[in-house]
Write a protein that binds this ligand. Structure first.
Ligand SMILES: *Cc1c(COP(=O)(O)O)cnc(C)c1O
Length: 686
């Protein structure tokens, strides 16, 4: 009896059932929905040959991340398998000798199969004629689909367990072959048939290799956007946010080689996977990253403090404003400067902050020529130092509003500006909240870095505990998981526990109010990255997500489908820490290690202690706790924990600086104030 909801497992079980002549039952779910299927019965129906070929067939037509065959149902694909006489033989050969994928015969059969999946009427037998037929047919088959399918096919054959490490070599070799053949046929240009028929270049032809990284909205309204588009836009007109169209996988060899890199070197390897060379040439990208991280005060960028009792704390707060948001935003600022200078275009960035994003964004762009920044902060709900870090910046391109409301309240006027597509375009609005993909992509780097610093050996699992608010940090983490990094996450939350509740119960429902806590950067009502996490764990398929989010936005609550919920909770768990426990944890950590943590970090450290203290939850896998801010920023919390603040010199200096800001009182029209400010900036800069 195998218990799993994973199709890959069923497929492998089927193959084994047939080969070993055993009875295999696959069980799903538990409680009322518990059921199982006799896998061996299916195996018998398929027959021994097709059962054994099934894993190969499955990897060719679908993986856990995306369908290999675009826009075709599994049923269609199965039907064609029945009609394609020599496919089973070829798949069986591949099961035993994966390297034969490079032979023309094997690849020819697979290509023939893929062509008929798309064009069942193609009855030619000669491969070249089949290809021609596709091109001259009046209903064009988008070349992207075919390319995708072929590339996928080759990729799946090169999966490590089959190739023993030669995967990349074969992919390159074979793609080159494939490319030459198609280019030889003139797929990339207009060409004439010998009999005079004229064939125009396929309209959707976008080049062969490498496939460009593009972005799509989580709700289906926007697609094929470049990294630059993604950087310069916020919420999409359909209300969704952006994600890559697909997530690149990294092999174990790559992981091994990456594990030896320092932080900036690692960023230089990961970012090019998400930023097309045609968007930002590699050299320029390296320069952007170097400049972005140049203001960090620690040579390691993200050093790890190894404390007593297996408590590893990764300090992400060595940037200018002493919070982890500096990591991503300092690079995002550089990206802005780079693209806007190139275009000679001005933009207005609008940011809602619960404390750290505002100051880090201001630092990232203060004094820039092509960017103005408007920050809305929740008055009285940030720490004194956080507010001063924003209000003491006097550069002309920086505009700060102190709002009489919570950090969620102030998101509404901002969101309304962005969803008014005409207004957003006319005023070149941009967002650098963690809805901006550029931030997420940089936050992938420290997850890999943390893994490499604490794992026992590459390939072994690591647990990363993240103080969580809007889930920007953990979304970077989920992307890393989808790339192939074996990590487990714990989302540690404060009294605003929507994330932990959603993970454990599957019910995504916002609470009545935002509870102000001692860890204000995590005081959120709606973690807007949740829809990204859903898409990532739903094999990049957005279909159910649009519906889920619409229902959530209408009713304030929605149930995550069981299967999706299970996939998420196999990687992420939640942990809630109350305000009092935060203080006690700060104290305990200081007493045991003479080490101060900020009230956000303490939420995660508290999980560590919880786990150590309870006998049965002892875990053997290495763990790292993410420190999202420096305790120096949160003197009120340090005092409340009965400890003595340790301010930095920079923080002491803030007190004597002049300030500038405008207050938005509860009875004022926030929409109007914000819009007027935006229009005023646009007028000045045009
Ligand atoms: C922003 C922030 C968080 C929450 O991070 P998310 O990516 O929004 O989950 C936690 N701690 C601190 C100090 C922060 O600034």
């Amino acid at each position: 009896m195998i218990r799993s909801g994973d199709r890959n497992v069923i497929v492998i079980a089927l193959a084994c059932a047939s080969e070993l002549q055993i009875e295999v039952y696959v069980a799903f779910s538990k409680g009322k929905t518990y059921h199982y299927i006799p896998d061996h019965a299916i195996a018998r129906a398929l027959g021994p040959q097709r059962s054994c070929a099934l894993p190969m067939f499955h990897t060719h037509t679908e993986t856990d991340t995306m369908p290999g065959v675009y826009h075709q149902s599994k049923v269609t694909v199965f039907k064609q398998w029945n009609l394609c006489n020599d496919l089973t033989g070829v798949l069986l050969t591949l099961v035993d000798h994966p390297s034969t994928v490079t032979t023309t015969e094997v690849m020819g059969t697979i290509e023939r199969f893929i062509i008929v999946v798309y064009q069942p009427t193609n009855s030619e037998t000669n491969l070249n004629t089949m290809r021609r037929h596709m091109f001259t047919h009046d209903r064009w088959i988008p070349i992207d689909y075919l390319q995708h399918a072929m590339q996928h096919s080759i990729m799946s054959c090169s999966k490590e367990h089959m190739y023993g490490g030669k995967g990349i070599y074969w992919i390159q070799f074979f793609l080159q072959q494939f490319l030459n053949q198609w280019n030889g046929l003139g797929a990339h240009q207009d060409w004439a048939y010998p009999d005079g028929r004229y064939c125009r270049k396929h309209p959707s032809y976008t080049g062969w290799y490498p496939q460009k990284m593009k972005y799509k909205s989580t709700r289906g309204g926007s697609s094929r956007l470049s990294f630059e588009d993604a950087l310069l836009s916020g919420f999409q007109p359909d209300g969704g946010i952006l994600l890559p169209e697909s997530i690149p996988k990294v092999s174990k060899e790559t992981l091994l080689s990456w594990s030896k890199l320092n932080f900036v070197e690692l960023a230089k390897e990961i970012l090019p996977l998400y930023i097309d060379e045609s968007d930002v040439p590699r050299e320029d990208l390296n320069g952007i990253l170097e400049r972005g991280f140049s203001r960090f005060k620690h040579p390691d960028i993200a050093p790890i403090a190894k404390l007593n009792d297996g408590l590893n704390i990764m300090e992400l707060f060595h940037g200018v404003t002493l919070a982890f948001k500096d990591l991503a935003l300092s690079c995002v600022g550089q990206f802005y400067e780079y693209f806007l200078e190139r275009k000679q275009k001005h933009v207005t960035v609008v940011v809602g902050t619960s404390g750290d994003t505002g100051s880090a964004s201001i630092e990232a762009v203060r004094g820039f020529k092509w960017v103005d920044i408007i920050v809305l902060l929740p008055r009285g709900r940030t720490s004194r130092v956080q507010e001063l870090q924003m209000t003491t910046v006097l550069e002309d391109n920086v505009h700060v509003f102190r709002v009489d409301g919570t950090s969620d309240d102030l998101d509404y006027p901002i969101k309304r500006c962005f969803t008014d597509a005409k207004f957003a375009t006319e005023n070149s609005l941009c967002s650098i909240n963690s809805i901006n993909w550029a931030r997420i992509v940089i936050q992938i780097v420290h997850i890999f870095y943390a893994y490499f610093r604490v794992c026992t050996s590459i390939g072994e699992s690591v647990e990363i505990v993240i103080p969580t608010g809007a889930c920007g940090n953990v979304t970077g983490g989920c992307v890393a998981v989808k790339m192939g990094l074996p990590v487990q996450f714990v989302c540690a939350v404060n009294d605003n526990d929507i994330v932990a509740r959603t993970i454990s119960s599957g019910e995504f429902s916002k609470s009545e109010v935002v509870v102000p806590t001692i860890s204000p950067a995590m005081d959120i009502q709606v973690p807007y990255n949740m829809e990204r996490i859903w898409v990532l764990f739903n094999d990049m398929d957005i279909t159910p997500v649009k519906q889920l989010m619409e229902e959530f936005e209408e009713k304030g609550s929605v149930n995550v489908p069981q299967q999706l919920k299970n996939k998420i909770s196999s990687v992420i768990s939640g942990y809630k820490c109350t305000n009092d426990l935060v203080k006690a944890t700060m104290k305990r950590c200081h007493d045991e290690n003479d080490y101060l943590v900020c009230p956000h970090t303490a939420v995660a450290v508290s999980y560590h202690y919880h786990q150590r203290d309870s006998q049965d939850e002892k875990s053997t896998i290495p763990q790292v706790v993410i420190a999202t801010a420096s305790p120096a920023k949160f003197e009120e919390a340090v005092l409340a924990a009965g400890l003595t603040p340790q301010p930095t010199e920079g923080i002491l200096a803030l007190d004597s600086l002049p300030t500038r800001y405008v207050d938005m009182e509860a009875n004022m029209d926030w929409d109007l104030m914000l819009r007027n400010k935006i229009k005023e900036i646009t007028k000045r800069c045009s």
